[in-house]
Design a protein around this ligand. Sequence first.
Ligand SMILES: [Zn+2]
Length: 145
Amino acid sequence: MQGLNITKIEEKIMEINPETCKHQPIYFAAVNINLNERTIGTVDVWRCGVCKKRFCEEKQLGIESIADIVGMPNIESDEKWAVVVSKIQKGKDKWKLVKLKENGTLNFETVDEKIIKLKIKNYKIEDDHHWSFLIDDNVRKAVEI
Ligand SMILES: [Zn+2]
């Protein structure tokens, strides 16, 4: 009897650990991306009902979601979801969903498919031509880019 209980507790610990959880993401909320006060896209935030880990999906206005097919993208425990905004690009090319570590560099793919290195400090991009914001800080908000 006791042995069975311990197994159950172990199973529960396994479940709520985001590393071992078999995620069951459910829709949580969205962040609206606004340009000149018009919403041009959203980041949908999904949350695992078991371990509460968050998953995000970028949605450009008018483009159908493909999340159901490809599944939820993985994010490491030392990363946070963020949006990188270009100060140069226009319209839908101005923003992109990324994963940021606390510090270091981000290999960022530009619109013309070049990889550039962006400096990260405290989960923020430090660059002359780009800035960023964290999804966690803006759930259910609209962010003007
Ligand atoms: Zn989970």
